[in-house]
Write a protein that binds this ligand. Sequence first.
Ligand SMILES: NC(=O)c1ccc[n+]([C@@H]2O[C@H](COP(=O)([O-])OP(=O)(O)OC[C@H]3O[C@@H](n4cnc5c(N)ncnc54)[C@H](OP(=O)(O)O)[C@@H]3O)[C@@H](O)[C@H]2O)c1
Length: 385
Amino acid sequence: MNKPMKLTILGATGSIGTSTIDVMLRHPESFAAYALVGHKNVDLMLELASKVLPELVVMTDESAYALLEGELPKNIRLECGMAAAEAAAAHDDVDMVMAAMVGAAGLPATLAAVRAGKRVGLANKECLVTAGRLFMQAAKKYGAEVVPVDSEHAAVHQALAGHDRDSVTRIILTASGGPFRNRDPESLESVTVEEAVAHPNWSMGAKISIDSATMMNKALELIEAKWLFDAKAEQLSAIIHPQSIVHAMVEYRDGSVLAQLAMPDMRSPIVYAMQAEPRLESGIPWLELAQTQLLEFQAVDEARFPAMKLVKPVLAGEDSLAIALNAANEVANQAFQDGKIGFMAIVSTVEQVLAKTNNQAVQSLDEVWQLDADARRLANEVIKA
Ligand SMILES: NC(=O)c1ccc[n+]([C@@H]2O[C@H](COP(=O)([O-])OP(=O)(O)OC[C@H]3O[C@@H](n4cnc5c(N)ncnc54)[C@H](OP(=O)(O)O)[C@@H]3O)[C@@H](O)[C@H]2O)c1
């Protein structure tokens, strides 16, 4: 019998992290944990570590590490900080890394996994948005297999499998339209954080839920798709599909369109990223199309969702624009969560930062971090003003 695949889960205490653990525990013969990596959530880490019994737990936040000291079941080592997370991702015993930290903070540890040639399940889309070129170059150089976890990209991955890439004409990502798809645009200024995180179809972390409400999430996903599938800006588009059953479509030169369908539950793309074939049971409900009364599709209204207009020059432009879009969005998304700005100011902050950003390619991670810091500073200035 084969040994179980050993995983390091970055962002183990998050929505994707806990769904990954759910899948892992369903298949103990196939998967085991080397390390669980969390940031601040000590109580949940204690609960997860007691169930999963990894060899190592890492808390990237120092005070969370101090609180967890002496509390873990014996034989589980505890380490602290981002360097420990990077080492846990690159360790020789690890077969696969689930990259599920949130934001650009996840880049160093995910890159460490890539440089160690691991199979990487990539949920942390901000890695590709900020450093797509360097990330994919490193994956090629070190032989790391990067498998998307985002449901739309997992769908594209499946619709591309076994087909000639040169025959692809379009890649179409679906978007639910989030909680404000039908809301009067005039009333959006006053929406609360609770309303913005209440996604109609998906249960997700706060940041991505708000990104879905602004559709900045789809903007990030289009940039992610550009790097993952080596696609041109004009091949990429999004379409509103409120039911979130069709996750993406790939159109071929002969007019065939291949779509992937599943109930909206992240355990499906997660299990696919962990082991594509033979397919494993994921625990998600079966899709009963006869009971799904309607599958609707409509064009994205860019007046309602200005993020989708904003992303077009970013997709066609150089790396600096994507870095600025992501960093400004992280700052503005957090400022909205902290009650410092209204909902509509999230995208307008990003727009103002982009207007002040030069369109330039980057050659090194140092340049990525410099541009990221510049955009965060500009975003904070816009918010203060
Ligand atoms: N949720 C989904 O359905 C979904 C779907 C597709 C893609 N994604 C992507 O997957 C990633 C994770 O999303 P999520 O919804 O799972 O987020 P989440 O529930 O907010 O969890 C985020 C995880 O990252 C950790 N974290 C937060 N800040 C950190 C920092 N500064 N340094 C290191 N770790 C940090 C958190 O640790 P603590 O909680 O311990 O502080 C937690 O483990 C995002 O990039 C998102 O866009 C998510």
